[in-house]
Design a protein around this ligand. Structure first.
Ligand SMILES: [Zn+2]
Length: 285
C-alpha cells in the first residue's frame, strides 16, 4: 500500500491515475491557462473541474487537498463564488455565442476576490464554431491568473485551434480498474453485500483485519461506485449493487469515500470511521 491516492478530494474521483497526474500538475508547476479534461463520465469530469477550482481558491489547503469546508470551497460547491464561472451544457443546443460572450466579458474583468478567476466549460465540443472562434481569442491572451478548464467526451469535435492551446488530461474507464487478488475481491464483495442487506455495518468493519485492508476496501468501494457511475452515464445497464442510485448521488458518495480514505491514512480508528460512513451514506441502498 505505497500508493497514495489523496487526489480524490480534487473532485471526488480520486482513484484514477489521470487525476494523480492532474493533481501533481496543479501542485508542482505553473498552471497552464487552459486545461482540457477528456473522456467518459460527464459528471465526473465536471466535479473534477470544480475540485480544481476549489484547490486554487481553498483557504485551508493542505499539502494534498482542498478542505471542502472553508467559505471558498463551500461557495464553489454551491456554484456561487464570484470568481468561478461554471457553464454546464444544457443538453439541447450546445453552447451558444451569447453564453460564450458573457463568459469572455466576465473573464476580462479583474477577479473580485482574487487572485484567480476560473471558468469551467462543460462538454466544450458543443460550442458552435462562432462561439469557439470568439473563445479562441480569449484563450490566446487569457490574462494574469485566469484559468479555463474545458471538459469533453468528444475532443475530436473540438476546433483544432482551441485544442492546440489546451493541455489535455484523458480519463479512461480502464484507469479505474482496481486489481485485487480473487480472494480479496470475493471477500470485499461478500462483506459489502451482506452489510447492505443487513445494515450491519459493524460486522463489515470487524471483517477488515487491519488498516491497510480497510484502505484497500475503500478503494474497492470507490471503484465499484465509479464503474456504476460510468455505466449509468453511458446508458449501459449494470448489475452493480449501487444501480438504484442517481449519478449525482453516486458522485457524492464517491466523494465521501475518497475523503474518508484520506482521513483514515492519518487516523488509527479505522473501524469506527468506516462504520460511521456506511451508516450515513449507504443505509438506504
Ligand atoms: Zn477550502
Amino acid at each position: 500500500m505505497e500508493k497514495t491516492r489523496t487526489i480524490g478530494a480534487l473532485g471526488g474521483v480520486g482513484c484514477l491515475p489521470v487525476q494523480e497526474r492532474l493533481w501533481r500538475y496543479l501542485k508542482s508547476q505553473r498552471i497552464h491557462p487552459a486545461l482540457l479534461l477528456v473522456g467518459p463520465g460527464k459528471e465526473v469530469k465536471y466535479q473534477v473541474a470544480k475540485g480544481m477550482a476549489k484547490f486554487l481558491f481553498c483557504r485551508e489547503k493542505s499539502k494534498n487537498a482542498f478542505c471542502g469546508e472553508c467559505n471558498n470551497c463551500k461557495r464553489i460547491e454551491k456554484e456561487i463564488h464570484p470568481d468561478v464561472f461554471l457553464f454546464k451544457e444544457d443538453g439541447e443546443e450546445g453552447l451558444k455565442i451569447e453564453v460564450i460572450r458573457e463568459m469572455i466579458g466576465q473573464m476580462r474583468v479583474s477577479p473580485i476576490e482574487g487572485p484567480h478567476k476560473i471558468c469551467v466549460i462543460e462538454e466544450a465540443h458543443r460550442m458552435n464554431s462562432a462561439a469557439a472562434n470568439a473563445f479562441l481569442k480569449t484563450l490566446e491572451e487569457p490574462g494574469e491568473g485566469r484559468y479555463f478548464v474545458l471538459t469533453s467526451s468528444q475532443s475530436g469535435s473540438i476546433l483544432p485551434t482551441v485544442l492546440s492551446r489546451c493541455i489535455e488530461f484523458t480519463f479512461r474507464p480502464e484507469d479505474d480498474e482496481l486489481t485485487l487478488s480473487p480472494e480479496l475481491d470475493k471477500k470485499f464483495r461478500e462483506i459489502l453485500l451482506a452489510a447492505l442487506e443487513t445494515k450491519n455495518f459493524s460486522h463489515l468493519t470487524s471483517a477488515l483485519v487491519e488498516k491497510d485492508e480497510a484502505l484497500i476496501f475503500l478503494q474497492f468501494l470507490q471503484s465499484e461506485i465509479y464503474q456504476c457511475l460510468l455505466a449509468k452515464e453511458s446508458g449501459k445497464t449494470t448489475n452493480s449493487v449501487f444501480r438504484s442510485l442517481q449519478p449525482h448521488d453516486l458522485t457524492m458518495k464517491f466523494d465521501s469515500v475518497v475523503t474518508l480514505e484520506g482521513q483514515l491514512r492519518s487516523n488509527a480508528n479505522y473501524g469506527l470511521m468506516i462504520e460511521s460512513l456506511m451508516r450515513q451514506q449507504f443505509s438506504g441502498v
